[in-house]
Design a protein around this ligand. Structure first.
Ligand code: SF4
Ligand code: SF4
Length: 373
């Protein structure tokens, strides 16, 4: 049985120790996981910086608690994420979302450099072959994976596996291009994005969201530059009429997430990675989208474990019991208590990423949960 610790989001006593921040602080100091870090060891605190319009990320106050705990353990933390848009713009996004050295108490750095190309090819499995792991993560001796739990249009569920798989690798590799990066999971095969002239409403949202300026509409005709494209899939996700299609196989996507997570973890010695899942502001889509929707599930709290698969399974099990929220996609889809709100928001077989991660030896779905009150 793997150990998973949980603290509830409810604040039933009006004192700091029972606030969610206070409980996280107590959980970090009481459960003994910080013993995995050596004195003066550099520890990557991996989070997601969000986007200019997607503010529902892990709040800086929680990152600060993690950073402070690492320092108390005698190790040296830095807060990091990989580049999703142009690197300097992404640092500004982090700053606007409240993540900077002053707020979190540690340097905030781009894991794969300001051009998003500082990565090292690491052997993955039979589906991916190899994948470009961000150099600051590749070189870090230890890591705390702080994951904001939410839905995802392609994955159905986005937690620690996805944070590692997508967030631990670069969009492109310096020599290998997009096929060695994140795009390898988003798209299978060298097939361009297709555009349907009949259904396009010329809203230009695809052009606006593209981080690489790969899309334009000269003379009201779709123009797409495959050479610039990162295959991030963002244009297809924002298209209101389904006019853009990026070829993807759903089950292959879930399996490659597990494979990429395994590749990222292979760069660490056993027992050097801690996972913290934040079940707060659980919205239906990824933190990289240009905006965020209202939360679809009530806040549940925070999970912590040294087992990737156990924490993901425990998180999913709690979300299955969480109350769907009114005035959200959950209400629109007619979700009732006990429904699988994640699957009703984005119909995907998200359990596959967890079972695949277990099959690849990344942990166990058998867990024992201990609640920190
Ligand atoms: S997938 Fe779409 S949004 Fe992403 S880089 Fe390519 S064209 Fe741009
Ligand atoms: S987002 Fe879709 S509908 Fe809008 S311009 Fe692009 S292809 Fe057309």
């Amino acid at each position: 049985m793997s150990r998973v610790f949980f603290t509830n989001a409810r604040g039933l006593k009006w004192d700091y120790n029972h606030s969610l921040a206070g409980r996280l602080e107590r959980m970090l100091s009481e459960v003994g996981f910080l013993g995995m870090f050596n004195k003066k060891e550099w520890v990557a605190v991996k989070t997601h910086f969000g986007s200019e319009g997607a503010h529902r990320i892990i709040r800086p106050v929680f990152l600060r608690k993690v950073v402070d705990a690492v320092k108390t353990a005698g190790a040296v933390p830095f807060v990091t994420d990989t580049v999703r848009i142009m690197g300097l713009d992404y640092l500004e996004v982090a700053n606007q979302n409240g993540i900077n050295h002053l707020s979190v108490g540690a340097p905030v750095i781009l894991a794969d450099g300001i051009y998003g190309k500082d990565s090292i090819l690491v052997k993955a499995g039979e589906l991916l072959g190899e994948i470009a792991v961000a150099s600051a993560i590749y070189d870090a001796p230890a890591m705390i994976v702080c994951s904001h739990i939410k839905g995802h249009i392609q994955a159905g569920y986005a937690g620690a596996i996805k944070n590692l798989a997508m967030g631990g690798v670069s969009s492109v590799h310096r020599e290998g291009g997009w096929k060695k990066g994140r795009g390898q999971m988003h798209c299978h095969g060298e097939v361009p994005i297709t555009w349907d002239i009949e259904t396009c409403v010329y809203c230009q949202q695809c052009e606006n969201v593209c981080p690489k300026e790969a899309i334009s509409f000269p003379d009201e005709k779709f123009s797409y530059d495959m050479k610039k494209c990162w295959y991030c899939g963002r244009c297809t996700r924002v298209c209101p009429s389904g006019s853009l299609v990026l070829p993807v196989d759903d089950s292959m996507f879930q399996k490659t997430l597990a494979e990429s997570a395994a590749a990222v973890l292979s760069t660490f010695k056993p027992g050097k990675v801690l996972y913290i899942n934040f079940m707060t502001e659980i919205q239906p889509e990824c933190d990289c989208m240009p905006s965020c929707d209202t939360p679809m599930l009530q806040d549940q709290g925070i999970m912590m474990s040294d087992d990737l698969v156990a924490i993901e399974q425990a998180t999913i099990d709690i979300l299955r019991k969480a109350s769907p929220l009114p005035q959200s996609v959950a209400e629109e889809r007619g979700c009732k208590p006990g429904d699988d709100v994640l699957a009703m928001a984005n119909p995907r077989d998200y359990n596959l990423q967890v079972s695949e991660a277990e099959r690849l030896g990344l942990g166990s779905r058998e867990y024992e949960i201990t609640e920190i009150d």
